[in-house]
Design a protein around this ligand. Structure first.
Ligand code: NAD
Length: 498
């Protein structure tokens, strides 16, 4: 079977301009091609000096058998140009497909996802006229490692990984961003009242980094109440930094509060490499109808122009766009009887922006970007100082259907010895043995905590011996987690009720 290469390099029929910045562009799926066309027309009309290399990603590439959604050759363009303007793509549901967005972000080390969420009051209907919040989302870690396993008939697991260097880099980026953009406060959102080790690490690192920026106010919110506050009083926030999953959810909600998910652009920043995209997805139901709002991708392109040192062009485009919005020329998603003078399609919206190039908004704040080139943000991280680590036990996870906690406890007492002795069994994190409650619902997935009977350190060999005894007893162990002290402090969670 012959396959066509999905990589199309330098399709521009113009003579390359040596002063132009090479960028990689992907038109994506769904509404992607039409909003990318609109965006590129505006960039071109504004005089952006770009040498465009186009690659194909997304649905067609998946169909050609590349389960990552991107062909190997396309990586060469991304790694060479180091600037990527990307339209949304459709991630196939189910199957072995990984999200290409996550793959690109992680493969290229794009650790920071920056999402400005700004209301354009009184020209676009919104829930909070004063809203002007930038969400800095950690982009590589958390549950987005995509490390998942079905462990028993009844239980699947997703690993949430939070690292000290990852947390330090994103928190430092948030503070550096605040300084460079004259913002006054950085708020950290986590759920460390529940996830004390993972979110607790993120919060702890945030506090450490915050102490190096005394001129910037800092605060921490538990994510649930923080999100509630953001949705009712966003004017109280300035920059928000948060782990990956919370940031993903929060930024969609925040941009929707400004009027439409179609308005927001985002930057994915790595060291020396960056990707710019709309916050929203490929919106398949409205694809090909010429009704999609190209503003999200256009705003991302404006961020890209600032990043590559074409701030004057960025300003020209942003001001023309603001003026278009002010003049009531709106796409369907932001159209309202009261505020819209003319409802237009994607193409006509682009034409309206082009028509206004050179104009500035009359009421909205005109754009003003740093024309000295992009600010250098220092996101260096401190080397990790290894702790003194000692092992004091092991959690063995067991798959056993139709067993009572007492029967399981008895079976595990039979394989215990002085080196490693069963101390506690939990089910879904709740202690069920010894002295569990009959009301507690149990699945077929048991976390069985073994420790030495006299609080002695435990060796790898002792754990291997325990697993050998479990295997000989026909007990199906499915995973182990060592219980360690780091510099003498327990580095594992207690069971609920322990
Ligand atoms: P979506 O953002 O595509 O759509 C959500 C809603 O917003 C829909 O009602 C849609 O019509 C509307 N909308 C989105 N963009 C708009 C625009 N520019 N103008 C007007 N209305 C707009 O989210 P979804 O439906 O959950 O996802 C669709 C596909 O996009 C999925 O395959 C998903 O995996 C993918 N996706 C891709 C990206 C990306 O490429 N960065 C991000 C999110 C989702």
């Amino acid at each position: 079977m012959s396959t066509t290469t999905p990589f199309i390099e330098n399709q521009s029929d113009k003579i390359p301009n040596p002063a132009a910045t090479p960028i990689t562009v992907a038109r994506g799926d769904g509404i992607g091609p039409e909003i990318m066309d609109a965006t590129l027309q505006i960039l071109n009309a504004a005089g952006a000096a770009l040498d465009i290399h186009e690659i194909e990603i997304g649905a067609q590439v998946y169909e050609q058998g590349h389960t990552s959604g991107i062909a190997p050759e396309a990586w060469d363009s991304l790694r060479k140009n180091k600037v990527f303007l990307k339209a949304p793509i459709t991630t196939p549901q189910g199957g072995g497909y990984k999200s290409l967005n996550v793959t690109v972000r992680k493969t290229l080390g794009l650790f920071a996802n920056v999402r400005p969420c700004v209301a354009h009051d009184p020209f676009v209907e919104n829930l909070h006229p004063e809203m002007d919040v930038v969400i800095v989302r950690e982009n590589e870690e958390d549950t987005y490692g995509g490390i998942e396993h079905q462990q028993t008939d009844e239980v699947a697991q997703c690993l949430k990984l939070i690292t000290r260097p990852g947390s330090e880099r994103i928190c430092r980026y948030a503070f550096e961003y605040a300084v460079a953009n004259n913002r006054k406060k950085v708020s950290c959102f986590t759920k460390d009242n529940i996830m004390k080790l993972t979110d607790g690490l993120f919060h702890k690192v945030f506090e450490e980094v915050a102490s190096e920026y005394p001129e910037i106010e800092s605060e921490h919110w538990i994510i649930d109440i923080g999100a509630a506050k953001l949705s009712t009083a966003p004017e109280e926030f300035d920059v928000i930094v948060t782990p990956n999953l919370y940031g993903d959810i929060l930024s969609d909600i925040a941009i929707q509060l400004t009027g439409s998910v179609g308005m927001g652009g985002s930057a994915n920043i790595g060291e020396g490499i960056a990707m710019f995209e709309a916050i929203h997805g490929s919106a398949p139901p409205i694809a090909g109808k010429n009704i999609a709002n190209p503003s999200g991708l256009l705003n991302a392109a404006v961020m890209m122009l600032v990043h590559i040192g074409q701030a004057e062009i960025a300003e020209k485009i942003q001001n023309a766009w603001l003026r278009t919005i002010e003049d009531g020329v709106h796409t369907e998603d932001i159209s309202s009887e009261k505020l819209t003078a003319q409802q237009v399609g994607t193409q006509d919206f682009a034409a309206a922006v082009i028509e206004r190039l050179g104009q500035t908004p009359q009421q909205l704040k005109p754009a003003k970007f740093n024309t000295d080139g992009p600010a250098e943000l220092n996101v260096s991280i401190k080397p990790t100082v290894p702790a003194t680590k000692s092992m004091v036990g092991v959690d063995v996870f067991i798959h056993w259907h139709d067993v009572t906690p007492d029967d399981l406890g008895a079976a595990l007492e039979a394989v215990s010895n002085a080196d490693l002795c069963i101390k506690m069994i939990t089910n879904r994190g709740v202690k069920v043995w010894p002295n569990g409650f009959p009301e507690t619902f149990c699945t077929d997935h048991w976390r069985c905590r073994f420790k030495s009977s006299n609080d002695q350190p435990v060796s790898h060999q002792q754990i291997i011996d325990l697993l050998t005894r479990l295997s000989a007893a026909g007990i199906d162990f499915i995973k182990t987690e060592h219980l360690c002290l780091f510099d003498g402090k327990p580095a594992y969670s207690l069971g609920q009720g322990e």
